[in-house]
Design a binder for this molecule. Sequence first.
Ligand SMILES: NC(=O)c1ccc[n+]([C@@H]2O[C@H](COP(=O)([O-])OP(=O)(O)OC[C@H]3O[C@@H](n4cnc5c(N)ncnc54)[C@H](OP(=O)(O)O)[C@@H]3O)[C@@H](O)[C@H]2O)c1
Length: 348
Amino acid sequence: MAKLNFGGVEEEVVTREEFPLEQARELLSTETIAVIGYGVQGPGQSLNMRDNGFNVIVGQRKGGKSWDKAVADGWVPGETLFELEEALSKGTIICYLLSDAAQIELWPTVKANLIAGKSLYFSHGFGITYKDQTGIIPPADIDVYLVAPKGSGTSLRRMFVEGKGLNSSFAVFQDATGKAREKCIAMGIGVGSGYLFETDFYREVTSDLTGERGTLMGAIQGIFAAQYEVLRSNGHTPSEAFNETVEELTQSLMPLVSENGMDWMYANCSTTAQRGALDWWKPFRDATKPVFEKLYNSVKSGEQASISITRNSQPDYRVKLEEELAELRESEMWQAGSTVRGLRPERN
Ligand SMILES: NC(=O)c1ccc[n+]([C@@H]2O[C@H](COP(=O)([O-])OP(=O)(O)OC[C@H]3O[C@@H](n4cnc5c(N)ncnc54)[C@H](OP(=O)(O)O)[C@@H]3O)[C@@H](O)[C@H]2O)c1
């Protein structure tokens, strides 16, 4: 592992320099990696591992869009693509990449196939951490670990194809063979990670649930909506409100923040903007920090997991989610966004 300095705090992380792809391939050369589920992470991870020269099969229930997608991506029924039970029995590393709610439902079938020496791999600490609610308790004689890419499976694949990598966390929950950690890191390299940082299942799930409810999705949409509504209620046009709230951020500023950091972005904008942003970021931090504390406590207590399991296990959960998603999609702000995106000039 490489010891690196993160803003004055030392952390050990894994990069391809300490753990080259060749070493990962060699370590897992006798394994059959069964990717169970072909939703969002399934395609990204399985295709990257396949292209990295790992021995991969896919397990997916037949008859839906995901099966057809797997076939379209080159997985061959009966050779590298199987129904769930068959893939579970063939695999020696079981990558459990069904939706978190479906993982609960399928657990008895998965458990029945977990013979001694196999590995159970997750991309989220959810099922294991909230075992009282999920019932996911693995047998003691298997390895259990996770690699959680910090982004969508779509980005994982896209970045891999571009020769880049998405950073991932990794964690070992149970080491029955004495090789769990090595195998876990090898899987992290195989799925196309950038660098890998170590965590445990509990910290993975609490940070992940907080992040997606917070700045990654929940908080950002809340702040967008608040600013957009204030501008609109003060007579600004949708175009002005949307450009000033979202478009400038995503098109101009965030790519610069990604390349150089927020500090650089602040230092390289007008002094008028600098003055204002320096004066206002702390009031925004102070106003939202109590909401983040409340969110983190709700995650920590298991309340967020409970809401997610209960709501996403109902038979009509997709219809209900779709209703709420439609509200977002049909809001003036995102309708304005659709129009603005359509007006972006295409240059060849
Ligand atoms: N989304 C991400 O990018 C992301 C990022 C990091 C970590 N993760 C973690 O990765 C894991 C997989 O997440 P995901 O977003 O890729 O999952 P997802 O897209 O929601 O998974 C859908 C998969 O589950 C199958 N499925 C759903 N209900 C089922 C049932 N009742 N019986 C059998 N199969 C069923 C689907 O098959 P059908 O199409 O046939 O329904 C499909 O293969 C989760 O632990 C998640 O937390 C996800």
